[in-house]
Design a protein around this ligand. Structure first.
Ligand SMILES: C[S@@+](CC[C@H](N)C(=O)[O-])C[C@H]1O[C@@H](n2cnc3c(N)ncnc32)[C@H](O)[C@@H]1O
Length: 289
């Protein structure tokens, strides 16, 4: 990952983030075929699936292996070791990439009316610095870019999207969205910020200039202190164990400057926000004191 401009330092050992968070790791759980499989995947890809909630991750992995005609995880791991393309397919399936433009419109209304005007007015060196953590194919980053410019066409912003899934990051860089991706966006904003190209919506150059995308594992990255005015981490931590989620939230908050905002998914929560120096301004929006 090209770290510096993004406020993201290169990797730290995932154990750092997960310290005390590995209740389901081999230290406490007999090494069954699932844990052994995850250890094997970590050795192959450096992605630590043991830090995700076991129930849903295990179901997803077993059903994917079955669809590939292998019922035994040890045999499937052996197959993955020999086939890099299969590893990519596998990772593509186990990470849930669902997203859309203006996803959860009520959150964007709060961002548009309250959060962004405040951040634009107080931006460090006149530039809003935002991080879409777990950006999938970029819908969140482009939505944010459109709102920034809509509020003030002179707004300068750097919106960094990171995701563990290389294929999603490649897609995000293209800035192309289907009608399904655009279903929550009004026709007016779509036509203002995107052009119709075939049966897709292409983000304008103006939006693309504000967005950059990088591959990055949230469980390994160490963001710089005070690097961002706004961090969006929505619908991504739901897959992590609670301890890993809490440790990640703490790290995301460190990357925010005082007065900056953390926005989480509408069904998520930050446990003990006050201990992190956060004040909830809405159920999903926190301001760093
Ligand atoms: C459901 S999508 C959410 C996309 C967007 N934030 C939204 O709310 O529409 C979750 C994304 O998290 C990514 N992800 C999962 N684990 C990750 C990790 N350890 N580091 C970075 N991204 C991760 C997945 O690849 C997926 O694209």
């Amino acid at each position: 990952m090209s770290a510096e401009p993004l406020g993201l330092r290169p990797r730290v050992p995932s154990e750092d983030l997960a310290r005390g968070a590995r209740s389901s790791t081999p230290a406490t759980v007999a090494a069954d075929d699932y844990t052994q499989f995850c250890e094997g995947i970590r050795a192959l890809t450096r992605i630590d699936l043991l830090q995700y909630k076991r129930g849903q991750m295990e179901r997803r992995i077993r059903s994917f292996a079955q669809r590939r005609g292998v019922t035994d995880l040890t045999a499937y791991l052996a197959q993955l070791r020999k086939d890099r393309a299969e590893v990519d397919e596998f990772l593509d399936r186990v990470t849930i990439n669902v997203s859309q433009l203006w996803r959860n419109p009520e959150q964007w209304t709060v961002l548009e009316r309250q959060v962004l005007p405040e951040l634009i007015a107080s931006a460090t060196a006149g530039r809003v610095r935002a991080w879409s953590a777990g950006c999938s194919y970029g819908a969140e980053a482009y939505t944010l870019a459109a709102l920034c410019r809509q509020l003030d066409p002179r707004t300068r912003a750097t919106i960094v999207g990171t995701d563990i899934d290389r294929r999603m990051v490649d897609r995000a860089r293209l800035g192309r969205f289907s009608d399904e991706d655009a279903r929550s966006a009004s026709k007016r904003v779509l036509e203002r910020w995107f052009t119709r190209d075939g049966d897709e919506w292409q983000a304008s150059r103006e939006l693309q200039a504000l967005c950059q995308f990088e591959v990055g594992d949230l469980l390994r990255v160490q963001p710089r202190r005070d690097a961002y005015d706004l961090v969006l981490c929505r619908n991504t931590v739901i897959y992590f164990t609670e301890d890993v989620r809490d440790a990640l939230h703490e790290r995301l908050v460190t990357s925010l400057r005082p007065g900056g905002y953390l926005v989480i998914g509408s069904t998520e929560r930050v446990s003990r926000p006050r201990e992190l120096g956060l004040v909830a301004t809405h159920p999903f929006t926190y301001r760093k004191s």
